[in-house]
Design a protein around this ligand. Structure first.
Ligand SMILES: [Mn+2]
Length: 319
């Protein structure tokens, strides 16, 4: 399994109440990644973490690191806090599309395989706030334009149920797949964040199957939470069996992109946090590798539910 980390979590982060960790430069962030066993990739945030393409490429190659993805951030600037791709003002939409296009240019220049974008601000707080059909159409048209540009760099859209708006336009996987069907460009996919699936009351493993069965490409973010808030905890620290099933299907389908840690150390020691995160993923991956997956699927086909439960107890929980 290939594991990577989002650069934004390797420095100072903040919530509504506190700031966590010390600010770091990109070079310092990459030096931290090198110290985490089993991690050799980075998802870099454009335009806030990226530096000049050539020098960044060299910083990566000097450390033997690869690019998992370029994350196009279209939610931070003041003008996009109330929304970016879905807004009525075409200049606002154009600006956000431009960021995605530039992120694609950057991805091509540094040799990153894909661009991912989480349009978190595209949503609403009040009823009778946005015109739903127009917001949907604006967003589809924006992603059509962004996807058409430099199609050799595919564009992955990450959904999340809410935050910072009360409702996000793209709040679950099925809706995001439907959205991409409307976009109609093969150079697109869904970024499936394990924790975002939980928040949408989805089953992350079934989400992978849904992507596969609908011919939708996907890129995976790992973390964990309590089903109530996007805590970005260590993988498997809360929902062990869900994580096992998630990696079972990723392996079954031959997923070969990076598993990217979208996890936030906050009060914890940064190196320790990401080491445990990566070790947990790898340990579960190795556990899944030892399971006779054909047998599990055969038992599912034969509806031998208690035989499956026994396997879960003995082979997964090892009780
Ligand atoms: Mn994520």
């Amino acid at each position: 399994m290939k594991q990577s980390i989002i650069t934004a979590f390797l420095g100072r982060t903040q919530d509504r109440f506190s700031e966590y960790q010390e600010p770091t430069s990109l070079e310092e962030r990459l030096d931290l990644v090198v110290k985490i066993p089993g991690v050799d990739g980075v998802e870099i945030v454009y335009p806030y973490e990226t530096e000049e393409a050539e020098s960044t490429k060299k910083m990566f190659s000097d450390r033997g690191l690869s690019f998992a993805a370029v994350n196009a951030n279209i939610k931070k600037e003041t003008q996009w806090v109330p929304g970016a791709l879905s807004r009525p003002d075409s200049d606002l939409r154009k600006g956000a599309i431009e960021i995605i296009k530039e992120a694609k240019n950057y991805a091509k220049a540094v040799g990153a395989p894909l661009v991912t974008c989480c349009p978190l601000s595209d949503g609403y707080d009040n009823l009778f706030q946005v015109d739903y059909p127009k917001a949907w159409r604006n967003m589809v048209d924006a992603v059509v334009e962004a996807a058409d540009y430099l199609p050799e760099i595919p564009l992955f859209i990450e959904y999340k149920i809410n935050e910072t708006r009360v409702h996000a336009q793209l709040d679950n996987c099925a809706k995001t797949i439907l959205f991409l069907k409307d976009v109609g460009n093969k150079a697109t996919g869904v970024t499936v964040d394990f924790g975002h699936a939980l928040l949408a009351k989805e089953n992350p493993a079934q989400v992978i199957a849904l992507c596969e069965e609908t011919g939708t490409d996907y890129y995976l973010h790992t973390n964990d939470n309590d089903f109530n808030f996007d805590w970005d905890l260590i993988s498997g620290s809360r929902n062990f069996l869900h994580t096992v099933e998630f990696l079972f299907y990723a392996k079954e389908y031959g997923y070969d992109k990076y598993f990217t840690a979208d996890a936030s150390p906050r009060i914890f020691d940064m190196i320790g946090f990401f080491t445990e995160h990566a070790e947990m993923n790898l340990a579960i991956w190795n556990l899944v590798d030892k399971l006779d997956r054909k047998k599990y699927r055969k038992l599912m086909h034969e509806e031998r539910h208690m035989d499956l439960m026994q396997l879960v107890r003995k082979e997964i929980y090892r009780l």
